[in-house]
Design a protein around this ligand. Structure first.
Ligand code: UGA
Length: 448
């Protein structure tokens, strides 16, 4: 089966490579010419585990190609996966469908040119319920003779483990309203279903809602444990043990119960806001979803105050904080909605300076951070240069390399011997033995 991918971002690129590795011929399309040139040379345009090897291997085997010519992808594909971004509209908070509408318009206009060749459009981007219907109406309005079928096929891959997640899905969800799409989508995922991974067919609206419900539920789960963590810090209860014991209950599961600095990334925050907006449009009051949106914003905006409180309550005005981590989680270079953005911007408002280091996220962070905060931050090539002569050290992303730094050496380099660890990645006893005051997320602060 020949596969086309529209939009070569995190999902389009990783999944295009996965389909190619499963033996399908893949053509990836993107409007950004430089991106296509780079990918055709075998140079990944984003950081993701194993991506370079997969890219080089599949290019060498001629299983994947990249193009900025829509005609090439439409001519050469039986199933076209729509993987363009659906970001948050900065004015309304709703899901911005402009990339979806532009690309599907181009597909509909292109069809005559390729003799109205049949194809299936699988909408992989996260879209509000009812969007597939709207896409179909628009496409048929543009080209009444359009010879195609459409289905909804939401993705559930996490950045940082996107390739593993695609190859080992908990479930593949496909929303269809015709038998042929069901059969063809079943065939395209056969290499995975043959290994025992389940495929779940439903109607299109349900598939759209499964994606939003899954992301928003996980968002609520993390917000919940973050609030439990706040209670623990004031009472001496141990949040790690609580999460472990809760997770032993099969109805709860231990996953996504790790407290931290607040939820980032391009999915949970945006999808929870979008679902809340969907509820408002439907005249519904979605109190739990709305509360999770607020809870997460409050948490991320309070990070700077937490750091100041832990810095013996002293103002950090004119002082420099070192920051390890800029990405919203480890193993990605993505900084969208990263808690590090809130921390840096708040510290900058309080006239503190930041020396930051991240293994892969610096360039994207520079692009994302409020330009007003850029003057207060200096970026470094390694952790030791970043911590040198700073007031105290903050860890905000759980990169493995931060777990094995030489903290005895760092002890000599920071002024106040304080580490604030928003991911609880260090060993409390070992760090305190060196002489640090170690504040990790969930630590009993009741006696301080
Ligand atoms: C999320 C979902 O997990 C994927 O299933 C989904 O496909 C994807 O969104 C999407 O919609 O495309 P992602 O945003 O890449 O994936 O990353 P997650 O691993 O889910 O983490 C999201 C945020 O929650 C991160 O800031 C992470 O640090 C935080 N988190 C996660 C916690 O604070 N605690 C946890 O226990 C788990």
């Amino acid at each position: 089966m020949k596969i086309g991918i529209i939009g070569t971002g995190y999902i389009g690129l990783t999944e295009g490579l996965c389909f190619a590795s499963l033996g399908q011929h893949v053509i990836c399309y993107d409007i950004i010419k430089e991106k296509i040139e780079q990918l055709n040379k075998g140079i990944p345009t984003l950081f993701e585990e194993n991506i370079e090897t997969l890219l080089k291997d599949n290019l060498a085997k001629k299983m994947i190609e990249f193009t900025d010519d829509l005609e090439v992808v439409m001519k050469g594909s039986d199933i076209v996966f729509l993987c363009v971004n659906t970001p948050e509209d900065p004015d309304t908070g709703e899901c911005d469908l402009s990339q979806i509408l532009t690309s599907t318009k181009s597909i509909a206009e292109m069809s005559d040119k390729i003799g109205n060749k049949f194809f299936i459009l699988a909408v992989r981007s996260t879209v509000p319920v009812g969007t597939n219907k709207k896409i179909k109406e628009n496409m048929l309005k543009i080209n009444r003779k359009l010879n195609y079928l459409q289905c909804s096929n939401p993705e559930f891959s996490r950045q940082g483990s996107a390739i593993y997640d695609f190859m080992n899905p908990d479930r593949i969800v496909v929303g269809v309203d015709d038998e042929k799409s069901k059969e063809q989508m079943g065939l395209v995922y056969k290499p995975l279903t043959d290994k025992g991974f389940p495929i779940f067919f439903t109607n299109i609206e349900t598939a759209e809602m499964i994606k939003y419900s899954s992301n928003t539920f996980l968002n609520i789960k993390i917000c919940f444990i973050n609030e439990i963590c706040d209670i623990c810090e004031k009472t001496g209860a141990n949040v790690t043990d609580i999460a472990k014991a809760m997770g032993m209950d099969k109805r709860i599961s231990p996953l996504f119960l790790r407290p931290g600095p607040g939820i980032g990334g391009s999915c949970f925050p945006k999808d929870s806001i979008a679902l809340s907006k969907i509820g408002k449009k439907l005249g519904l009051s979605l109190k739990i979803i709305d509360a999770s949106v607020d809870s997460n914003i409050i948490r991320k905006n309070s990070l700077a105050d937490r750091v100041i409180k832990l810095s013996k309550g002293k103002s950090l005005e004119g002082k420099t904080v070192s920051l390890l981590g800029l990405t919203f989680k480890a193993n990605t270079d993505d900084t969208r909605y990263s808690p590090a953005l809130n921390l840096v911007e708040e510290l900058s408002k309080k006239n503190a300076k930041v020396h930051a280091y991240d293994p892969h996220g610096t360039e994207k962070f520079k692009y994302m951070v409020d330009p007003k905060a850029l003057d207060s931050i200096q970026f470094f090539e390694n952790a030791y240069d970043a911590v040198k002569d700073t007031e105290l050290l903050v860890i905000i992303t759980e990169w493995d390399e931060f777990k094995i730094l030489d903290y005895k050496k760092i002890y000599q380099m920071v002024k106040q011997k304080i580490i604030v660890d928003f991911r609880s990645i260090l060993n409390e006893k070992e760090i305190e033995k060196i002489g640090f005051k170690y504040y990790f997320i969930g630590k009993d602060l009741s006696k301080i």
